[in-house]
Design a protein around this ligand. Structure first.
Ligand code: BGP
Length: 469
């Protein structure tokens, strides 16, 4: 029997998470090419300009200029005692067009310097290989992941960065929230639907290529960095049936399966039995090559990284849709709601951790959890974000309870430990950080960084390894 785990493991990886495109800015610096993340003027929820338009403001182009501020920002993260820092390598810094024969040395050097700074400050890098940052040229020239050619382009990129950073990076994630291929395929995989195209056919064919790429990246990673751990990453905020009506209950299971199937393939190593019926109903025929299913079976993820923000409820007949926070249907009358309509449900995190561990029995890593709120400095410039401290305390208590339930959790990286650009809406106004950045939705501000009250709270949690929440 597993012994009772009453607290956080001694080696628990406390930290925070960002994404290159939401923080770095410098969108054309040092040879970087355009990525699809550079094409959203108002975030993923509101269409992309392919290619970006002259004279339009794109939040990712400058973001919070982490590219030039990372030493100052990592010093603040070190002050909180971070053991791990999650960010992504922006693929188009390394291969500006995605299909280049040779990598961009200046892009490689930036991440060398960044990872050195993290290690110097006691943080393990946790690196996402593709965080909604598919090179734009791959979208325009190949239709992105519709084409099987992207497997080789992605593996060329993986091999270069695995070899370059093998002594610095021991924790990797492949595709950020790959199950968002269903909700937001443009951001998740560069799939922008064509006139008359069967959307589900495009989504599942592209996802199949990504599954094969995921497995072959795992193979490469284990060969090049034997002591590394490489995981898959899903958006898994949860959804409850809106009522006990059997139709609500059954269709909520169907909705949840549209996300869990991605984990089934990448963790169990095979498409789940219910996939055949879904593809039959949606007139999908996925082209596979001989050997594909053996590759999926042989190379599966070492751990599951996932995002959890909120829960929602589903009523029979509602469309299967959502946003960067997860599936979204009918509001839950028992939960409070943020200005962006996200409902706060700490017990839902405990529920989700148990659901996922029951299904897959592999180590879990909460790589995104956080509260996006409107933070207003007072007359002294201080930010009293007690609501964020409360959100964090309640979710960490739920996480601690799940560990006591027997769930194996590797770490927790709070999403947006410093204010960054919202993926869904492109706003700076939706602030997550323990550190405030003086920059508004229109790009005005000094970029000055300032601690919020919640900064000291999280630092204390880490200092006590979660003993005092
Ligand atoms: C997830 C993304 C992150 C982050 C988060 C919060 O989908 O992995 O990039 O953005 O959502 O969403 P938002 O930024 O829209 O508040």
């Amino acid at each position: 029997m597993k012994p009772l785990q009453t607290g956080f493991p001694a080696d628990f990886l406390w930290g925070g998470a960002i994404a290159a495109n939401q923080a770095e800015g410098a969108y054309e610096a040092d040879g970087k090419g355009l990525s699809i993340a550079d094409c959203f003027p108002h975030g993923i929820k509101h269409g992309a300009d392919i290619p970006p338009k002259e004279g339009t403001f794109y939040p990712s182009h400058q973001a919070i200029d982490f590219y030039h501020h990372y030493k100052e920002d990592l010093a603040l993260m070190q002050e909180m005692g971070f053991k791990v820092f999650r960010t992504s390598i922006n693929w188009s810094r390394i291969f500006p067009n995605g299909d280049d024969a040779q990598p961009n040395e200046k892009g490689l050097q930036f991440y060398d310097d960044l990872f050195d700074e993290m290690l110097r400050r006691g943080m393990q890098p946790l690196v996402t290989l593709s965080h909604y940052e598919t090179p734009l040229h791959l979208v325009e020239a190949y239709g992105s992941w519709r084409s099987r050619k992207l497997i080789d382009f992605f593996l060329r990129y993986c091999e270069v960065v695995f070899r370059r950073y093998k002594d610095k990076v021991k924790y990797w994630l492949t595709f950020n929230e790959i199950n968002n291929m269903r909700r937001m395929p443009g951001a998740a995989g560069g799939i922008f639907f064509r006139e008359g195209e069967n959307h589900q056919q495009a989504v599942y064919q592209a996802s199949h290529h990504m599954f094969v790429a995921n497995s072959l990246a795992i193979k490469l990673c284990h060969e090049i960095i034997p002591d590394a751990k490489i995981g898959c990453m899903l958006s898994l905020s949860n959804t409850y049936p809106h009522t006990c009506r059997p139709e609500d209950v059954f269709e909520t299971m169907e909705l949840r399966r549209r996300s869990l199937l991605f984990g089934d393939v990448m963790i169990r190593g095979a498409y789940p039995a219910y996939m055949t019926r879904i593809w039959d109903e949606e007139k999908v025929h996925v082209e596979m090559e001989p050997g594909d299913e053996e590759i999926l079976k042989q190379y599966t993820s070492d751990f599951l990284g996932f995002s959890y923000y909120r829960t929602s409820t589903h009523e029979y007949g509602q469309p299967f849709c959502g946003d960067t926070g997860g599936d979204q249907g009918t509001p839950n009358p028992y939960l409070e709601t943020t200005p962006w309509g996200w409902q706060i449900d700490p017990l839902g995190l405990r529920y989700t951790l148990n659901e996922l561990y029951d299904r897959w029995q592999i180590p879990l890593f909460v790589v995104e959890n956080g509260l996006g709120q409107v933070d207003v400095p007072d007359e002294k410039g201080e930010i009293h974000d007690d609501y964020r401290t409360d959100y964090l305390r309640r979710h960490l208590q739920a996480l601690k309870d799940a560990i006591r339930d027997g769930v194996e959790v590797m770490g927790y990286t709070y999403w947006g430990p410093i204010d960054i650009v919202s993926a869904g809406t492109g706003e700076m106004k939706k602030r997550y950080g323990f550190v405030y950045v003086d920059r508004d939705n229109e790009g005005h501000g000094t970029m000055a960084r300032r601690k919020k009250d919640s900064f000291a709270y999280y630092a204390h949690v880490i200092a006590t390894n979660g003993a005092e929440l």
